[in-house]
Design a protein around this ligand. Structure first.
Ligand SMILES: Cc1cc2nc3c(=O)[nH]c(=O)nc-3n(C[C@H](O)[C@H](O)[C@H](O)COP(=O)(O)O)c2cc1C
Length: 363
């Protein structure tokens, strides 16, 4: 379908009277934890924000289709609502909504704020077919006017002091509308924009096109968070240099290296930090185990294997541990195997090798 771009009707953006989180915390770089459906739930947010260095989190997307959700749905995605919208470590958790109906998005946003959400984020990046087929996520990047309408409706529905942000990819199949979409959202009155620097079609294949973030920053005058493919402090530097932004959002890199935000901040002289090693990272995973006890065996082992998979992308030792347990489905045998594998790897550390590239499974 070809999109015919209409000129924007200049709308006066609704007034925002609150303070941006970047102003509360003037230290740079500022680092947000990315929303990750099926992975970044409140347990992981709790563990990672206790490690430190994360300035705000965003929930997995809540898909808005036909209704204004009851409070229990918002609390399921964001139990932190009962803790003033913050993790136990005190890090604010913003609620992310995904949908295409401006009125319904606005009504759900208002409800989330009533329940205590400190900020609302709008998802225009999800590439999943089920979501795109029902007109949500990245598919909307073909319709800048609709992006603007959603942003305007949500901005108008939530109190003036609550920030509304949006997260977008560079486009659906190409980058032709990247700047137009960013402008549309800014004109809709959002307070900042997070850009995952790839199109939907580019999926999760490196590289991320950080230089496009610089182009977007030149086009709009709201803050832009740079996102995509930051796994090390060095890549954070590179991203900051190419995008010109010292506001970062990191997803998979923080799952793979839980103290990455601290490493990056230490690299910029914000703090001093002794890097955690692989055994300390596995200790963090141990903290997740009791949180999973209510799940069926396979769901428990799948969750732990998911984290081991991410760890393996940056740690040869954890990759060796993972190789030993990845086929074990029985939860008791899995735990026993894990302990044995850790002992084995400590006794005989793996020789140096290459890190595999991230392979996206599922989403
Ligand atoms: C498993 C998974 C689930 C994701 N779920 C969401 C989501 O719910 N909302 C969203 O805006 N982005 C989602 N994303 C995209 C991430 O927020 C982020 O933009 C992307 O992973 C690139 O950043 P990274 O290279 O730091 O991981 C997801 C990514 C992954 C890998």
């Amino acid at each position: 379908m070809t999109h015919i771009l209409q000129p924007f009707t200049p709308l006066s953006a609704p007034m925002f009277t609150g303070q941006l989180p970047f102003i509360h915390n003037p230290q740079r770089p500022y680092i947000a934890l990315a929303p990750m459906e099926g992975l970044m739930d409140h347990h992981l947010r709790d563990i990672l924000t206790r490690v430190g260095g994360i300035d705000h989190c965003v929930t997995e997307f809540i898909r808005v289709t036909h209704q204004v959700y009851p409070a229990k749905v918002f609390r399921r995605y964001c139990p932190e609502l009962d803790n003033g919208g913050r993790t136990a470590a005190g890090t604010p958790v913003h609620i992310q909504l995904l949908g295409s109906d401006p009125e319904l998005m606005a009504a759900n946003a208002a409800k989330a704020v009533q329940l205590g959400a400190p900020a609302i984020d709008l998802n225009f990046g999800c590439p999943a077919k089920t979501v795109n087929n029902s007109k949500g996520g990245a598919v909307l990047l073909q319709y800048p006017e609709l992006l603007q309408q959603i942003a305007t409706a949500v901005r108008a529905a939530v109190p003036d002091h609550i920030p509304v942000s949006a997260k977008m990819r560079l486009g659906f199949t190409d980058k032709e509308l990247a700047l137009t979409n960013a402008q549309a959202l800014a004109e809709g009155g959002i307070q900042w924009l997070t850009v995952h620097a790839r199109t939907k079609t580019e999926g999760y294949r490196p590289p991320a096109y950080w230089e496009w973030i610089a182009r977007i920053r030149e086009t709009i005058d709201i803050p832009v968070l740079a996102n995509g493919e930051i796994w090390t402090a060095e890549q954070a530097r590179q991203c900051m240099s190419e995008s010109g932004s010292d506001l970062l959002m990191i997803g998979r890199g923080l799952v793979a290296v839980p103290d990455l935000a601290l490493r990056i901040k230490a690299d910029h002289g914000q703090i001093t930090h002794r890097q955690q090693d692989w055994a300390e990272h596995l200790e963090l995973m141990r903290a997740l185990i009791p949180c999973l006890a209510h799940l069926p065996d396979k769901a428990q082992t799948d969750r732990l294997k998911q984290w081991l998979h991410y760890f393996s992308l940056q740690s040869l030792e954890i990759r060796a541990v993972f190789e030993q347990v990845k086929r074990q489905r029985d939860v008791t045998l899995f735990f026993a195997g894990l302990e044995q594998a850790i002992r084995d790897v400590k006794a005989a550390p793996p020789a140096a090798g290459d890190f595999r590239a991230y392979e996206h499974k599922g989403f």
